[in-house]
Design a protein around this ligand. Structure first.
Ligand code: GRF
Length: 202
């Protein structure tokens, strides 16, 4: 199976997937890494791993539709079985999401359905919550609202800052995202009637 990974930044989740492939845990190939930002460090990680990269600068497009159309064409050119969003910080048009329905995953740093959107770590701390975490889900038109496949929890500690909490969440991200990608490429994971099924079960 072929993956295309979309990033906007650091790319540590991309790195975790690359390493899982290299270690033989995921039998897939990353055909390309595409970033909407030229300065994304993940582009370097991809290049270091010998993976082709592309940059599609969203600010060069007149509208969200025009950007999504161009991005869709670039992604399609690699014929991926799965599109992996790994810190891709753009909201998609419904048409884009529809096109990749059932074959696009996202990782979101919260225990969904809690804390959709950005600045999740900060908001958890502001709310005085004692539990936080990360979710991997299928992408549907509702932002961060698609069916959750796997979550990992982390405690919120009294000594936490936004950075410390984010770091603790990241450790879990790098554990669960490769695992879910593995399930997908093995054909064990499907989106059916709006539900995520693993081995045919919810
Ligand atoms: C992660 O926190 C992920 O949950 C969120 O964006 C961040 C990406 O981190 N969607 P990285 O670029 O993979 O290091």
């Amino acid at each position: 199976p072929t993956l295309v990974v979309l990033i906007s930044g650091n790319g540590s989740n991309l790195q975790a997937i690359i390493e899982a492939i290299r270690a033989g845990r995921i039998a897939a190939r990353v055909a390309a890494v595409i970033s909407n930002r030229v300065d994304a460090y993940g582009l370097q990680r991809a290049a270091d791993a010998g993976i082709p990269t592309e940059t599609l600068d969203h600010t060069a497009f007149a509208s969200r539709e025009a950007f999504d159309q161009a991005l869709q064409e670039r992604v399609d050119s690699f014929h991926p079985d799965l599109v992996v969003l790994a810190g891709f910080m753009r909201i998609f048009t419904p048409g884009f999401v529809q096109h990749f329905a059932g074959r696009m995953l996202n990782i979101h740093p919260s225990l969904l359905p809690l804390y959709k959107g950005i600045h999740t770590h900060r908001r958890v701390l502001e709310d005085g919550g004692n539990e936080h975490g990360v979710s991997v889900h299928f992408v549907t038109p509702e932002l961060d609202g698609g069916p959750v496949i796997m979550q990992a929890k982390v405690p919120v500690l009294p000594s936490d800052t936004e950075e410390r909490l984010a770091q603790r969440v990241h450790v879990q991200e790098h554990v669960i995202y490769p695992r879910v990608v593995k399930w997908f490429v093995e054909g064990r994971l499907k989106l059916e009637n709006g539900q995520a099924l693993l081995d045919g079960k919810i």
